[in-house]
Each structure stands twice: as structure tokens, then as C-alpha cells.
Ligand binder design. Structure first.
Ligand SMILES: Cc1cc2nc3c(=O)[nH]c(=O)nc-3n(C[C@H](O)[C@H](O)[C@H](O)COP(=O)(O)OP(=O)(O)OC[C@H]3O[C@@H](n4cnc5c(N)ncnc54)[C@H](O)[C@@H]3O)c2cc1C
Length: 576
């Protein structure tokens, strides 16, 4: 846990949750430090945090002016907390200057502040604001923003800076967040970085949906992070920096951008190895294959870096005690690019023959000697009507991210494994009225989770299959069928959390006729070979050798490339 994480706690949460399945306490504004109070000098920050902040703020370069606007009678408790917190910061470092005004003041009108509390950071220079205090997880984005502003440097990658330098029209970015969402601060920082890079053109807001509910409803927010640009483009989830910047600059989403980035239509390419997927498995294989002298092409259908790019912090990758997922994959991709080419295309057809394989994409035809499938895994869907239609409008897959939206409301968790019961406990702890729906008569989850669910008196609907998710503009209920009586009934809920595990992305393997395991993963031997000659697989798509983790994906990717090299070399000798 780094300093930002530790300090995030002081914004209202005792501990900062990292694990996607771990329950967290609901955020409460912190109490003033009693020891400090008795000393006659009231601080809201405990002494150890003040010391850490003092060290951190030694790196401040330029002054940072924080303007806070409040209105008595509107969110009093949060106003008080936010003001006290900012006052503490300004007492720790004379580079932080606090200004306080009421919402009905001339200054508030000038700045367009109409929510209590609103915080502006260095408004004379940048357009960066928090609508609602930065509670819990957002403490991290707040401190990071203070440091970035003080440096007057966005810290954006070279490519992102280049893209933004061509921008000549205004952008207003609103990132909707919840205090318990671990992915949200990174998306907020994406937005703030662009506002620091192009002041005058880009304005970035962080909107806390637990405080500014009306604004969230206006934008139909039902999962976070939810980003709206110029009220025109809506982006769901945390995005890698370059993808976010490209979408911001072009006001087009990634899918349409990727189509525009394609190579010349109809181009024919010869390769030794084609790798599907640019996650840890695919990129590691690219490094090993390129270094072995194989002409290697990586095809990526979505964003570079796979699932890791969407993981806020990785703490179990050897060599890095803690690293942002995006940063880890940026480093890996930069290394991979030295040895192979990465193309944003996906296969549309395969042809196999004695000469090798042909991989066709929408615009390319690639003849290759071997193919490595490293397409990873995605959340499993229940596959019922309404699930896709209401995704982002009441259907969710990440309780830690989106649970807060349902505080005081009713949701169903679908599933019976560890993830489902952990999610149910987490939601219950947040104050959500949660019911678990499971198709079997018993849970697969570990006994201690089952005991906790019982102890918390979470209602269970067992032996019931979800038939449909129903609603109008958003989810209104789930239709379930009782396995014994076959009776169908509707349970009224505002949201559904699907928690039935992950599924391997096997479409290309199925198209090629590769054998799958009974769990639905690609079956491989010890050399990462599938049942189809010249086709190999690595990473989560194989089940990760029993653990879907970055290290197993990396290990399998490297191993596959070495075995491919050996197999191709042997073949070459045999044909000479
Ligand atoms: C929220 C979350 C947190 C996690 N935290 C951790 C952690 O802290 N530590 C850890 O070790 N692991 C963690 N994991 C697991 C880890 O991310 C995965 O095990 C790892 O990313 C697997 O790597 P991969 O290369 O096999 O697949 P992926 O990372 O899934 O990459 C697969 C890539 O293939 C692309 N693709 C899919 N289909 C096609 C196609 N047809 N053509 C071209 N490209 C395609 C995808 O777009 C994707 O980029 C986490 C996972 C999640 C979801």
C-alpha cells in the first residue's frame, strides 16, 4: 500500500480495498484526531498521516490554490469534513492555499459552482473540479491531482501529448465515481491529466454519485466509472490512458477508432507467428518469439494490455511491490514493440493447409507458420434476455465498483460461488437490500462465506433460474423460474450483479476446431500445443494452468513462444 492508498483512508475509509472480492466498510467521514484536539490545536488528520503528507508535500514545486464552495444546510457533514481536511493540508504545506466561499457568493457564480461542496484546484490556471467531496478512494485522485498541478506537468505519455496538441475545440469531461470504486481514481486522473495538458481547452470534473445523485441521474449513470465528454460521448469503465486520450481528442469511441487505425485494405503479410491478444501472455510471447528471430505479429481486437490495463493496482507481480496495471502493461508493450508488431485487428476467418495457416482479418491476409491464441477471459454472462440491453443500466459485474450506486436500494446477486457470496456480503455491508439467486439447492462457495451470509440474514432464492432481466429504461426486476415447481415469478430489484465467474475467450479456438476442457478452456499439452497442428494457446484462455494470474499468463506466453521456435526449427531441419 503506497502513501496515496494510506491517505485515501483518511478521506473516510479505514482501509483501502484492493481485492475485487473483499468486503469493505461503508465510508464515513472521519473524526477529528482526539490527541490533536486535546493539544488545543484541532486537526482532522491523524498525526502519522500529517507526517507522511509533510514528506510528500516537500516535493511540491508551485503553489496550489484550493477553492472550496459550500452552502450551510446542504450536505453539512461533508462540507465540514472537506473544509477541515483542506485546511489541514494548507497548514501542513504553505504551498497549499485554501480559499473558502459560499455558493451564493459572486466568486461561486463566476466559477459556475452550484453544488455544495464543490472543490476547484488552481482555477486561475486549470479547469479541474470535484462536485462533492473526494471521499474514500477519491482521496487518491485528489492528492495525485495536487502533486500534478504543483508540478504543472500532466505526466501524459508522449503519444497522448501529441494527440492532444492537435486539439482545437473545447472538451468538458465528467467522470462519475463512487467512494468505494477502486477503478474510479485512475479514470479521474486520466481526465485531470488532459486538463493539465491543455488548460483553456479541456475542463475535467470528478462527480461523486453518492453526493451529486441528481447530476448522475441526469446522465443515466448506473455503473462507475462512467465518463461523459461534451454530453456527446459516453465511456464505461476505466480505460488505458492512450485509449481515453484518443477518444477524447476524436470524440469517437475505441471501436470506431480502431477501425480507422487499420492498415491498408487487402494487404498481404508473411509471418512466422501470429499471436491473438495483447495481454500479458500475448506480449510476453511476442518478446520471446521476436528475440528468437521469429517474424511476429500480435493482433489485438480491443485495448492494449488485456485485463491488466483495467486493473488499478497490481501488488503480486515480482519486481514491483506495487504498480498500476496500465503502467505495467505500458512497460511490457514498449518492450514487446522492440521485437514484434502490434496491429489492432481481429481474425475474421482462418484457412489451414500444408503450407501453414492463413489468418484473415477485415483488411489483412496473414500467412503464418504458427498461431498462438492468447485471448484471455471475460466475466461470464448468464445469457438471458435483458442482460446485454441493461448492461450499465442496472446489470453489473463488479460489486466493488458499482455497489455504492445501490445503497438503500434492492439488488439481486446471481450465482452460488465465492464471488457471488462475497459480493452479497459486500453489498449488504454497504446498506444495499440484497437477495442471492442461485440455480442449485446448495452453494459452491466456501463454508465460512455461507455461514456469514446466514448470519447476515441475506435472503436466498435457491433452485431458481433467472429467465430474464426486465425493465424499461433501467432494470426493474428479474424473472425467475422455480426448478421444482416450474413456477415463474418476478422479483422487483433495481439492479442485478452477475457473479458466476469468468469464461475463456475461445471463439478463435472453436473456429479452428481446437479441443476444449470440460471447464471450457483451451486444452493444451506441456508445450502449450492445442489439438490443432501449429496452433498453440497460453494464459487465461487455457485456465492459466489452474490459476488465472498475470504470472501464469506471462509464464505460459514465454514458454509457448520457446516451444513454437523449437517446433518450427525442427520442422525446418526435417524439410531440408
Ligand atoms: C479486475 C481484475 C483484477 C485482477 N487483478 C490481478 C492481480 O492483481 N494480479 C494478477 O496476477 N492477476 C490479476 N487479474 C488476472 C489477470 O489480469 C489475468 O490473469 C491476466 O490478464 C491474463 O492475461 P492473458 O494475456 O491471458 O489475457 P488478457 O489479459 O485477458 O488479455 C487477452 C487479450 O486478448 C484480446 N482478445 C480477445 N479476443 C481476441 C481476438 N479474437 N482477437 C484479438 N485479440 C483478442 C483481449 O482484448 C485482451 O486484450 C485480475 C483480473 C481482473 C479482471
Amino acid at each position: 500500500m503506497n502513501l496515496f492508498d494510506k491517505l485515501a483512508g483518511v478521506f473516510g475509509k479505514g482501509t483501502v480495498m484492493r481485492e475485487k472480492d473483499s468486503p469493505a466498510p461503508s465510508p464515513q467521514p472521519v473524526q477529528a484526531d482526539k490527541a490533536a484536539q486535546t493539544a488545543g490545536d484541532t486537526w482532522i488528520l491523524p498525526e502519522k498521516h500529517r507526517e507522511q503528507l509533510a514528506t510528500l508535500f516537500e516535493t511540491l514545486v508551485n503553489p496550489v490554490n484550493i477553492h472550496i464552495f459550500t452552502q450551510p444546510g446542504q450536505n453539512d457533514q461533508v462540507n465540514e469534513f472537506a473544509t477541515a481536511f483542506c485546511r489541514d493540508l494548507s497548514r501542513i504545506s504553505d504551498k497549499i492555499v485554501l480559499h473558502h466561499a459560499l455558493l451564493d457568493s459572486e466568486e461561486a457564480k463566476k466559477q459556475g459552482a452550484d453544488f455544495s461542496p464543490t472543490l476547484l484546484l488552481e482555477p486561475e490556471r486549470y479547469a479541474i473540479r470535484y462536485v462533492g467531496a473526494p471521499l474514500a478512494e477519491e482521496g487518491r485522485s485528489f492528492l495525485e491531482a495536487v502533486l500534478m498541478i504543483s508540478r504543472r506537468d500532466s505526466g501524459l505519455a508522449k503519444e497522448s501529448r501529441e494527440l492532444l496538441s492537435a486539439l482545437n475545440t473545447r472538451r468538458l469531461i465528467k467522470v462519475f465515481v463512487s467512494p468505494t470504486c477502486p477503478y474510479c481514481p485512475s479514470q479521474v486522473i486520466n481526465a485531470f491529466k488532459t486538463a493539465v495538458e491543455r488548460p483553456g481547452l479541456i475542463e475535467a470534473w470528478c462527480v461523486d454519485i453518492s453526493q451529486a445523485r441528481q447530476l448522475a441521474d441526469l446522465h443515466g449513470v448506473s455503473s462507475v466509472p462512467h465518463t461523459v465528454i461534451n454530453d456527446q460521448l459516453t465511456l464505461m469503465g476505466l480505460e488505458p490512458e492512450q485509449r481515453f486520450v484518443a477518444e477524447l481528442a476524436t470524440l469517437r469511441d475505441a471501436q470506431s477508432l480502431i477501425a480507422a487505425l487499420r492498415r491498408a485494405p487487402g494487404e498481404r503479410i508473411e509471418a512466422d507467428l501470429v499471436i491473438l491478444g495483447s495481454g500479458p501472455a500475448g506480449l510476453t510471447a511476442g518478446i520471446y518469439a521476436g528475440r528468437a528471430g521469429l517474424k511476429t505479429l500480435v493482433l489485438e481486437k480491443n485495448a492494449l494490455g488485456g485485463q491488466v490495463s483495467l486493473t488499478p493496482v497490481v501488488e503480486n507481480y515480482p519486481g514491483y511491490a506495487q504498480i498500476a496495471g496500465v503502467a505495467l502493461m505500458d512497460i511490457t508493450a514498449a518492450q514487446a514493440r522492440q521485437y514484434c508488431e502490434i496491429v489492432y485487428e481481429e481474425p475474421s476467418a482462418f484457412e489451414t493447409g500444408p503450407e501453414g495457416l492463413t489468418v484473415k482479418t477485415a483488411t489483412l491476409e496473414i500467412r503464418t507458420k504458427a498461431l498462438l491464441i492468447a485471448t484471455g477471459a471475460t466475466w461470464k454472462k448468464i445469457g438471458v434476455p435483458g442482460e446485454i440491453e441493461f448492461f450499465g443500466h442496472g446489470v453489473n459485474y463488479c460489486a466493488t465498483c458499482d455497489g455504492y450506486l445501490y445503497k438503500g436500494r434492492k439488488v439481486a446477486v446471481v450465482g452460488g460461488g465465492n464471488t457471488a457470496l462475497t459480493d452479497a456480503l459486500y453489498l449488504k455491508n454497504l446498506g444495499v437490500d440484497v437477495t442471492v439467486i442461485h440455480r442449485r439447492d446448495r452453494f459452491k462457495a466456501e463454508q465460512y462465506l455461507q455461514d456469514s451470509v446466514k448470519r447476515e440474514s441475506i435472503p436466498l432464492v435457491m433452485e431458481s433460474q433467472v429467465e430474464a432481466i426486465v425493465g424499461d429504461k433501467a432494470v426493474r426486476g428479474v424473472r425467475v423460474k422455480d426448478a421444482k415447481t416450474e413456477e415463474i415469478r418476478e422479483i422487483a430489484v433495481d439492479g442485478v450483479f452477475v457473479a458466476i465467474g469468468e469464461t475463456a475467450n475461445t471463439e478463435p479456438a472453436i473456429a479452428l476446431g481446437c479441443e476444449l476442457t470440460k471447464e471450457g478452456d483451451i486444452k493444451v499439452d506441456e508445450r502449450m500445443r492445442t489439438s490443432v497442428p501449429k496452433v498453440y494457446a497460453a494464459g487465461d484462455v487455457t485456465g492459466g494452468g489452474g490459476a488465472r494470474q498475470i504470472i501464469t499468463a506471462v509464464g505460459q506466453g514465454g514458454l509457448a513462444a520457446m516451444k513454437i521456435f523449437e517446433d518450427l526449427s525442427r520442422e525446418k531441419i526435417n524439410t531440408q
